[in-house]
Design a binder for this molecule. Structure first.
Ligand code: ADP
Ligand code: MG
Length: 342
């Protein structure tokens, strides 16, 4: 059946990203509840048609680790993508709501994301390109699934100047302009796992050497409770990403921004740019410094797993398939061995 806006009743807003927004809707003819993603794109009609064709691939993705798609349609000037509604939302929302995510859940997340990545690549030759906590969704059945993968090259192109494949979850090789590979997604998974396990983004602004500027920032924002820290984190992630997207490559933006301190000050004083500069420094840090680690007492297997995701050299980094045989995933087998075999 063809989806159209007239049949979709908006129930609530689910969230907003750089590329658009997501609303919970009910498909009136069938009563199906869906998540509708609305993406504003700037493209010619022929390109729009091409995007819709490319989005068809989503329809043929069938995996317990991938959010299923009901279809996509044009609603000028937007493209709408209707997908399976995941009632527990994304893992960024989950850790902001409940705090640190326990290691047994982190392990599940790792497992499902790797399975999803392996499915997308092995079956459809798709690289996800945007692994981050907000693209890892959960429902009350306890299922964990990926959404927002890069099925449409034209869609990526059309939203490239407002939206980003460029983000703070990006691997060192991507920051340096290398081709995307499925191993770049493995890096992003490593960063995402540390973030949900610690309940905060693993690169702190202190690490970026932007301390005095941070004090200035907090003047703009006089509450200092946890929530506003999280908002600030979100703003940093987004603003920095937008800033990078405006320039051709991260390298370019690194140069142009570091050479333009006055402009940066002015932007800060207007309160509009927030942590943009520290994001550029963060990119520098990702490339130059040792990768972050997940160090938890008595959890060496998890530590080793995250270390394996965050190997800086993509040649030496493992693929999703190789990581799926890591000892952290043998837990289920151990239970079986110890409890079920006598
Ligand atoms: P981003 O992923 O950058 O946060 P999006 O526009 O992709 O931005 O999504 C906005 C929010 O909508 C996400 O953070 C997520 O919590 C929510 N969301 C997206 N897709 C779904 C879905 N299928 N079911 C439930 N919530 C969703
Ligand atoms: Mg998303």
């Amino acid at each position: 059946a063809d989806l159209k806006d007239a049949d979709l009743r908006v129930l609530e807003e689910l969230g907003q990203g750089n590329g658009g927004s997501v609303v919970k809707v009910e498909h009136s003819p069938t009563g199906t509840v869906m998540a509708k993603k609305i993406v504003l794109i700037d493209a010619k009609p022929s390109i729009r048609k091409q995007i819709l064709r490319e989005l068809q691939i989503m329809h043929s993705c069938r995996s317990p680790y991938i959010v299923s798609s009901y279809g996509a349609f044009l609603s000028e000037p937007n493209i709408c993508i209707c997908m399976e509604f995941m009632d527990k939302g994304s893992f960024d929302g989950i850790y902001k709501r409940i705090g640190r995510v326990s290691l047994s859940v982190v392990r599940q997340v790792a497992y499902c994301v790797l399975q999803g990545l392996r499915y997308l690549y092995d079956v459809h030759r798709i690289i996800h390109r945007d692994i981050k906590p907000s693209n890892i969704l959960c429902n009350s059945l306890g299922e964990i699934k990926l959404c927002d993968f890069g099925v449409s090259g034209e869609l990526i192109n059309s939203i490239a100047h407002t939206f980003v494949g460029t983000s703070v979850y990006m691997s060192p090789e991507r920051i340096q302009g290398a081709e995307y590979s499925v191993k770049s997604d493995v890096w992003s998974l490593g960063i995402s796992l540390i973030e949900i396990a610690l309940g905060r983004f693993p690169f702190s602004s202190d690490d970026t050497g932007d301390d005095d500027d941070d004090e200035n920032d907090s003047d703009l924002d006089n509450s200092s409770d946890n929530d506003s820290d999280l908002d600030d984190l979100e703003r940093r992630k987004r603003v920095g990403a937008e800033d990078l997207a405006r320039t051709a490559t991260p390298r370019d933006s690194l140069l142009s921004l570091t050479n333009n301190k006055t402009k940066r000050r002015k932007q800060r004083q207007r309160g509009s740019v927030g942590g943009a500069m520290s994001i550029i420094e963060l990119m520098h840090q990702i490339v130059k410094e040792p990768a972050p680690r997940l160090v938890l007492p008595g959890e060496e297997e998890a530590e080793e797993f995250v270390d394996a995701c965050l190997v800086k050299d993509p040649e030496a980094r493992k693929t999703p398939g190789q990581l799926l045989v890591s000892p952290i995933f043998f837990w289920g087998c151990k239970v079986w061995w110890e409890v079920c075999v006598d």
